[in-house]
Design a protein around this ligand. Structure first.
Ligand SMILES: Nc1ncnc2c1ncn2[C@@H]1O[C@H](COP(=O)(O)OP(=O)(O)OP(=O)(O)O)[C@@H](O)[C@H]1O
Ligand SMILES: N[C@@H](CCO)C(=O)O
Length: 293
């Protein structure tokens, strides 16, 4: 038996659509696997009632196939599905690390990234790896067709999750098909600023680099109260605010001393819009961790 804790993640970080990702210190899924002749999946925890246990429909089923590793699998969800916090990815990442260990497949963490990404194709139609990469490797990740690079970074964060669901599949439909040269130049500048900020663990540069003129404005329209939430976070000291992944979670970078106020401001703004929400005071954290074997 192997048990793995796989963290929630935030993809895109504004300027890095389908490229940037960050592991969050909390929340997380816990995935337990045991060898079995046939694969079975049991799901408990947050939002378990919305998650299919059929291996053809659950993200971990694709991982079992890719590693040829049938198992009895238990997923204890700490990351709510359709949250923008890489819920589907956390289970796939945890299963990839756990099954690789259980069956001694000898894959490196980097090699497990495209395997776990197969699970994402099951739910969103695209094997995007920007959530599974940080959930497996930890830290800040840059994923391209050439692979994933990661760096540890100490950045305090708040993620505020409203009590509404936005599926990645739906949120991908509003992504513009083209961008102007002006938007491209702005986006490259912001993304480069953010990457330097991560390497220096500088919340000011990370926040500055979260700005994105192309994808985020379209996605923000799907989140009731977004503009006020953003403004209240900045008022409380946030250095940058954007949509987390495909939403509806909203992520803010800040300094440690402002984190509590940023969380309170974001919660208040959602409450003013009549929406219940939960705020996680978190930070960039570690990747999947083996808890027991
Ligand atoms: N193990 C799993 N955990 C969570 N959701 C799963 C899992 N397997 C399948 N799903 C399905 O995936 C969908 C949620 O995935 P989706 O990509 O939309 O949200 P997310 O992973 O929280 O967000 P994001 O990718 O934007 O960070 C739901 O329809 C859910 O039923
Ligand atoms: N990069 C993906 C992440 C989904 O979590 C998207 O924004 O659609």
């Amino acid at each position: 038996m192997v048990t793995v804790r796989a963290p929630a993640t935030s993809a895109n970080l504004g300027s890095g659509f389908d490229v940037f990702g960050a592991a969050l210190s909390r929340p997380a899924d816990v995935v337990t696997v045991e060898k079995a002749a046939e694969t079975t999946i049991e799901v408990t925890g947050v939002g378990a009632q919305y998650i299919p246990e059929d291996p053809e429909k659950n993200t971990v089923g694709a991982v079992v196939e890719a590693l040829d590793a049938p198992a009895r699998i238990h997923i204890d969800k700490g990351v709510r599905p359709a949250s923008g916090l890489g819920s589907s990815a956390a289970s796939a990442a945890g299963a990839a690390v756990a099954l690789n260990r259980l069956y001694d497949r000898g894959r490196s963490r980097e090699e497990l990234v495209p395997i776990a990404a197969e699970g994402e194709a099951v739910v969103s139609g695209v094997a995007h790896a920007d959530n599974v990469a940080p959930s497996i490797l930890g830290g800040f990740t840059v994923t391209t067709a050439e692979g994933t690079r990661s760096v540890d970074a100490a950045i305090p964060l708040v993620v505020c999750l409203p009590d509404v669901a936005v599926s990645t599949r739906d949120a991908r439909r509003v992504v513009p098909e083209t961008a102007s040269m002006e938007e491209l130049v702005e986006t490259v500048g912001n993304a480069a600023t953010l990457a330097i900020g991560m390497c220096r663990s500088d919340p000011d540069l990370v926040g500055l680099g979260m700005s994105d003129p192309v994808v985020t404005p379209e996605r923000a329209r799907l989140i009731t109260g977004y503009d006020d939430v953003r403004e209240r976070a900045f008022d409380a000291g946030a250095t940058g605010v954007t949509v987390s992944g495909a939403g509806p979670a909203v992520i803010a970078a800040c300094r440690e001393r402002d984190r509590r106020d940023v969380a309170a401001g974001m919660l208040d703004a959602f409450a003013d819009a009549g929406i219940e929400a939960r705020a996680y005071q978190t930070r960039i954290g570690r990747g999947s961790t083996v808890l027991e074997e």
